[in-house]
Design a protein. Structure first.
Length: 451
């Protein structure tokens, strides 16, 4: 039989709460019987709201699980140091089966008597079995362990097992119990918040690993061409946006490069961009190019997009094994910029381009032959690089011609490769007068000795 919670000495409330009136009930008169609590009257019946007790702080509900055949849990009045009032509802259960029935979502804290029977006949004894059972039943609730003062080690083990705190029967009074309930509830809330933060951080790390795995790795083994790229998604704290690019070299020595842009820059657009990039690589390695490849990509887009309003622009270039000629296909996408030594960088012809993918059924995308020369650099980009402002908010957009002029200034300054792309993206943001909200992707293919 567990030791019952001791009664506090009878002290008028006037001695414990400032401004208390004479004749108010003693602490001894505040009792719980059959799951209710109230201020005792002369005949022992409760008064005030059934099952409620006034203490400070927010409204709380306590479930007490104690092995008391009489079903009575007598407590002092729960007053905190401030003396302000709160409504606390107390429910009692004599065993774990009854506790499971009473453990509803409105319970904030559970007080478990560690003197409850520890196991069934034939089972290995476990002093913390009742507590572990409650912790499994109530993973979202604060839990307090109640023990005798001689069981300090058992009480400490209860906290290590998952209880928010422990209390000793012989030392229990109203203020201690009231404070312990509120501390346990707040500690449980803090633990739950920390768990959510940890889960969110781990999810963000997993998403980052996934996105990094989806970024392209150029397949240029055996090619004399140099490759550089810059990618800056418009979404905050993201690695992928709706822009996508890729570069592969097929067994015949042809280098194929692609850059595209799915309208919008959310996670759905990023996922669709990855699908189109992977499809492009697979089709290219299978031997498709030009109009046939773009027609197939349009079918992929039509099957994978969420609505018929979704479209994608695309630019593909296939560079001959000798590196001097290329084929260019444009599907509603800005034309690449070519730079040669001793000449100003200029845009490749774009008059013969076709519509963006997903706009017109049975559309066609002509392939235009381009002479590259011996030494050159070819810069492919998405519209995020040209749609920023040319001199801050309210000014005209930079546009393709403004972008070409900016790149020419960087070339004159001697920038090449990675440094050229990094400076181009940085200057576009500076000209815009703030961070770019659209995705930006830029790739640069150069023949050795080129700009």
């Amino acid at each position: 039989m567990p030791v019952p919670v001791p009664r506090q000495r009878k002290v008028p409330l006037a001695e414990t709460a400032p401004g208390g009136a004479a004749g108010t009930p003693s602490l001894d008169d505040v009792t719980v019987r059959d799951g209710t609590v109230g201020e005792g009257t002369a005949d022992g019946s409760p008064v005030g709201g059934a099952g409620e007790l006034t203490v400070s702080g927010g409204a709380l509900t306590l479930l007490v699980i104690e092995d008391d055949p009489a079903g009575a849990f007598t407590v002092p009045e729960l007053l905190d140091e401030s003396g302000s009032g709160t409504r606390v509802r107390i429910r009692t259960a004599r065993n774990l089966t009854e506790a499971e029935r009473l453990l509803t979502d409105d319970i904030h804290c559970v007080l478990v008597d560690l003197a409850l029977p520890s196991g069934r006949v034939g089972e290995e004894p476990d002093d913390l079995a009742p507590l572990r059972h409650v912790l499994r039943l109530a993973p979202r609730h604060a839990v307090l362990a109640l023990a005798a003062s001689g069981d300090a080690e058992l009480a400490a083990r209860a906290v290590r097992a998952g209880a928010q705190d422990h209390l000793f029967r012989e030392e229990l009074d109203g203020r201690l119990l009231s404070r312990a309930i509120r501390y346990a509830v707040e500690r449980k809330r803090a633990d739950a918040t920390q768990v959510k933060l940890t889960e969110s951080r781990l999810r963000a790390q997993e998403n980052a690993r996934l996105e990094r795995g989806l970024l392209p790795t150029p397949l240029l083994h055996g090619s004399e061409l140099h490759f550089a790229s810059r990618y800056r998604p418009g979404r905050s704290r993201a690695l992928l946006g709706g822009d996508f690019y890729d570069t592969v070299r097929t067994p015949d020595g042809t280098v194929h490069a692609m850059i595209g842009d799915v309208c919008g820059h959310g996670p759905d657009e990023a996922a669709l961009g990855v699908e189109l990039r992977i499809a492009w690589r697979a089709l290219t390695l299978a031997g498709l190019c030009g109009d046939e490849l773009l027609s197939t990509l349009q079918e992929v887009l039509e099957h994978e997009r969420e609505s018929e309003e979704i479209f994608a622009t695309l630019c593909t270039v296939d560079i001959a094994p000798d590196g001097r000629q290329a084929g260019l296909c444009l599907a509603g996408h800005p034309s690449p910029l070519i730079a040669r030594p001793g000449r100003r960088a200029r845009l490749l012809p774009y008059e013969d381009g076709g519509p963006a993918l997903g706009l017109l059924p049975r559309a066609r995308w002509p392939r235009r032959a381009v002479e590259l020369g011996d030494v050159w650099s070819l810069m492919m980009y998405t519209d995020g690089l040209i749609e920023g402002r040319s001199a801050g908010p309210g000014t005209p957009r930079l546009g393709q011609e403004g972008m070409a002029a900016m790149v020419n200034r960087l070339l004159v300054a001697g920038l090449r490769g990675e440094a050229l792309l990094e400076s181009a993206v940085t200057q576009v943001g500076e000209l815009n007068g703030g961070e770019l909200t659209d995705d930006v992707a830029v790739l640069l293919l150069s023949r050795p000795g080129s700009a």
